[in-house]
Design a protein around this ligand. Sequence first.
Ligand SMILES: Cc1ncc(COP(=O)(O)O)c(C=O)c1O
Length: 325
Amino acid sequence: MIILSRNECPFPPSNTVLPKIKKYVISLNRYEVPELSESLITKLSDYVGISEGYVHLVPGSEAFFVYLREYMLMEHLHFVFSSPTFVPAQEDLSVVGIKTYDIPLTKCFKLDYARLKSFGDKKKVLYIINPNNPTGNKVIGCKLIPRLLQHYKLVVLDEAYYEFSSLTCKNLVHEYPNIIILRTFSKAFCLAGARIGYFLAEPELTKAVMRTARKYDISILSLSAALGALESIDYMNHVVEKIKRIKEYVVEAISRISDIQVLDTLCNFILIKKEGYSSTRLSNELLKHGIMVKPLQGRLNEYVRVSIGTEKEMREFLSAIKKIR
Ligand SMILES: Cc1ncc(COP(=O)(O)O)c(C=O)c1O
């Protein structure tokens, strides 16, 4: 099975990861190695260009949403997002009784800034992904975000695809006390299985949002993997460039197939649709050829999202898509 449904990195982690894991394996009898998280924060602060006190580790973005959910419950907050988008653990929010509101993206998949602004109040948390998953485009520029910050209790800006797009509003965390910028090691750093990410925020805000986090939430193995990955930013850049080149080749090849339409993105995935096929039918057909993609719903229900894999995987994907009749 070729898995192109989760926006994972198709390449192994950098060869600087294993030596770091080996170095810290001996300490697995302990709950923590303080020097390890300290070094990781220092390295991250250098990498991101934001002071250490504003950098916080989490066991993946999905886990961050568990802390956020508890914070919203304690503060009686509501959650606002703009479909089509990816909301980690969205069902959980409604299950625990948090009100969620969808202010859909505009026709060209931008944030509906005017509606969002008038809808905002200090009881609401606004979640934005930029560039967005699954539309893959820039939904807002950094200049407009401070105005939204005035209207919302908190804005969570997810920059999971930062390394592919170079889009970031990271500097806003130094100016505004109610923004969180969320990042992950799962995509460009090829560490999805290590379950580790980080966010940037003003320290008082972090304290409030992380009230229910456990002290030893992130394993020593995950911390050392992330530290190892940061030792080779060159490898990460090489991976990102390679994925972009493969994406270009796939987009070009698909655009020559008459009944298939392709939408390119600023991320590590593309969207495709085939004339006369729903997203579910197209993904089921691909599944018959051993290829797993993500069928989209709602306004994008004719499209499937295809994560960019290795050259070999994408050649198989192209050959499969041509066979569907
Ligand atoms: C926007 C966005 N945020 C977060 C994640 C998941 O990140 P993590 O692996 O850190 O939980 C994804 C994964 O597809 C994503 O698209």
